[in-house]
Write a protein that binds this ligand. Structure first.
Ligand code: AMP
Ligand code: MG
Length: 357
């Protein structure tokens, strides 16, 4: 990351310009990129990932000239775009604005909008700059699987399906960018990420947040954030999420694990540094997301943990919910979707005086 070989970057940039596919690191997760101006290359992204044809891609830029090429907006939307770009770019924020015709419809699945992001990762920026064209990219995983946060994850999913994989080490943020729609009648966070609604509200006056905890949409409904309609980010294992107060929470999970073991399932636990001690006796794969108090650490570990459960042949993952706020919303959003949209709330046991016991 800090010692980039520009000869390698020039090679990858050629591949992009010639219509090929390059996997590259960003500060959020690894991307699977093609020239955003080449519709054939963009179609190949969908093929390589097995991605549904109605889930649009994000266009990655490395300067503001490229922003002009891909967006078609003025007036208040332009003002807002400039202010948000100044506050959060380069960084883990995708802005949905109106699409310029220069961007082929395939990038946005026919929507009149386009998602744009200016990444901060030096390798991503060097690649886009050298290519001289914006790079359209979703995450570099097979569709539905957890996003890749390490080169080994990309190699596992994409080797043989793309032209180049750049190994840039581990991604810092670990969950995908915040998606913020500034093209709709009301500005809205469509996908939570490391940039929070609170932070966005320090720049724009009003904005809301899509309620991602509502049931799955019908497949023929046109969702505002197309990616949200799929079970996603999921390991092969079944994921169950439990929310409640510790230690009741852990006791409840341990009972559930005993049931699962009786039925012959191999189990995994996704705990935190503070709770992992409760699972010492569990015969299974017990991982910590990090400290309960550090949502950024949880975000950066989440997808690696989900992939490790698969590597270890786990059938059922029992995950503790983490607190909301900061990147916690993004972590819960991804876990919730890996679980197919359900959370079990564990009732807190109280003594006769109402104290939690
Ligand atoms: P990925 O980061 O791989 O999940 O892909 C990009 C995600 O950004 C999609 O799944 C959508 O949720 C969102 N996105 C990209 N472009 C648009 C758009 N034009 N309108 C709404 N959401 C979008
Ligand atoms: Mg993705």
């Amino acid at each position: 990351r800090n010692n980039i070989d520009m000869k390698d970057i020039a090679y990858c940039a050629d591949v992009i310009r010639n219509g090929g596919l390059v996997c590259f690191p960003t500060e959020t997760v690894y991307g699977l990129g093609a020239s955003a101006f080449n519709s054939e290359a963009v179609k190949n992204i969908y093929k390589a990932k097995g991605r549904p044809a109605d889930n649009p891609l994000i266009v990655h830029i490395s300067d503001y000239k490229m922003l002009e090429l891909v967006t078609d907006c003025d007036g208040e939307q332009r003002n807002v775009l400039n202010k948000l770009a100044e506050a959060f770019w380069p960084g883990p924020l995708t802005l949905i604005s109106h699409r310029d015709d220069a961007v082929p419809a395939e990038v946005s699945c026919g929507l009149d909008t386009v998602g744009i992001r200016f990444p901060s990762h030096p390798i991503a920026r060097a690649l886009i700059e050298a290519a001289g064209v914006p790079i359209a990219a979703p995450s570099a995983n097979l569709s539905g699987k957890p996003s890749p946060t390490r080169a080994e994850h990309v190699i596992e999913d994409m080797m043989g399906r793309v032209d180049v994989i750049i190994d840039g080490g581990n991604c810092d943020v670990g969950v995908e960018s915040t998606v913020f729609d500034i093209a709709g009648t009301k500005m809205s966070v469509l996908r939570p990420g490391a940039v929070t609604l609170e932070q966005l509200l320090s720049v724009v006056n009003t904005a809301d947040e899509l309620d991602w905890m509502k049931p799955h949409m019908d497949s023929d409904e046109k969702p505002r954030s197309p990616g949200l309609k799929y079970r996603h980010y999921a390991p092969n294992a079944t994921v169950n999420i439990y929310d409640g107060v510790r230690p009741n929470l852990s006791n409840y999970i341990i009972e559930e694990i005993k049931n699962a073991k009786r039925q012959g399932f191999s189990v995994g636990v996704l705990a935190t540094d503070e709770s992992i001690c409760y699972y010492k006796e569990v015969d299974g794969v017990v991982l910590s997301l990090g400290s309960l108090e550090d949502s950024l650490q949880q975000a950066s570990n989440l997808f690696h943990c989900l992939r490790r459960f698969d590597d270890m042949g786990v059938d059922m993952v029992f995950a503790e919910a983490v607190p909301k706020g900061g990147a916690g919303d993004a972590v819960m959003n991804r876990l919730y979707r890996a679980a197919g949209g359900k959370i079990v709330t564990v009732e807190t046991a109280r003594d006769s005086e109402g104290h939690i016991c």
